[in-house]
Write a protein that binds this ligand. Sequence first.
Ligand code: FAD
Length: 400
Amino acid sequence: MDLTSTHPYWPLRNGLIRTYPPLEEDADCEILILGAGITGAILAERLTRDGWNVLVLDCREVAHGSTAASTAILQYEIDTHLVDLIEMIGQPAAERAYLLCLQSIDTLENLAAKIPCDCGFRRKQSLYLASREDDVPILERECAARRACGIDVEFARGPQLSARVPVPHPAALISRGAASCDPFRMAHGLLELAMGGGARVHDRTGATRIECTNDGVLVQTDRNFRVRAKKILFATGYEATTRLRKNVTRLKSTYAMVTQPLGDADIWCDDWLVWETARPYLYFRTTADRRLLAGGRDDNFRSPPRRDAKCHRQAGRILKQLEPLFPDLRLEIEYAWAGTFGETEDGLAYIGPSPDHPNAYFALGYGGNGITFSVIAADILSDHLRNRHNSDAHIFRFGR
Ligand SMILES: Cc1cc2nc3c(=O)[nH]c(=O)nc-3n(C[C@H](O)[C@H](O)[C@H](O)COP(=O)(O)OP(=O)(O)OC[C@H]3O[C@@H](n4cnc5c(N)ncnc54)[C@H](O)[C@@H]3O)c2cc1C
């Protein structure tokens, strides 16, 4: 699958951080993690820490899948409002899903602090704007639902909002539990931690044939070697859909851009992650080198040629949406890219044992905040592998 346009942003920005050897021999391990994006890296760090003998394979270079294109807005707020999620899956599960996402940001902060390199993790506040007056009551209801389960969120309207941020929107929800990072550096950093604990990481090595039986897993690689494992974890992002008999996601196309560095200009959103109630939504944040990074304009098709052909036009439209919000800044697109991403019916990830094969597990962080779901996946799968009950697993299970 062609996950991103030719050169997504983060690998260009960072260059070659580190090289991992391809697997050039047969190997045995307890846990084989397929996929070395941010999800595979979070799992590898966690499961190595749990004491497992872990081997990670990726057919591309490390973090060159969707992770390379991610805008890495880290927030507890999923694309489905809590009030709507309550309708879909019931109050206890919906509230718990939101609270788990909130906790994930703390976990990511702790992981970032352990990583030997700076992965650009920064605490921010989330500003969820009402795109139009009609959306204001929705935000009021949403605020009440979130507060009812203990989430610290504020509803700001009219002058109360404009005193905080220079936006023309009628109202907003302001939440403290948010952050941003450089997902490419974070994935490399987490893999480094995992390797320090004994994990083996091989990229440019694809799994071409996978046999899962009750006795274990046998994987054939595209370099003609075999890996035997007790269990396999699919952290293969949007490409995992090809391994599932029942489709769980709608694949779409999305677009992103960064401006030139804005030097020491006053960028009012430096401490904020900004998004809005319109669908598809515009979202933006600053980067560590003081660029504006923005995304949106999602299209309901997956075709990579069509997606990539529209990339610069869509980035231009994103810029047009941004300009009125920054009248004092001269914004210029320095780089634009496109990517495939997937949404699920309820906005939640699919995590847990494969519905189709023994000894196989999935960590599929689909949706607008896939990275926070990857953290939840590490907790749930860590418990599964140790045969420990996880009281949250049912929220994200297959067949729900
Ligand atoms: C433009 C864009 C913006 C986004 N913005 C955000 C955001 O702001 N916040 C957020 O939380 N999420 C965001 N996302 C989603 C987020 O990027 C994804 O949830 C996350 O990157 C998925 O990581 P992953 O490791 O699961 O998948 P990937 O990064 O795609 O990693 C999967 C890996 O599996 C490997 N693989 C697949 N098949 C095989 C095989 N057979 N053998 C070996 N290896 C294999 C691939 O090569 C790939 O490297 C965005 C996505 C896009 C495209």
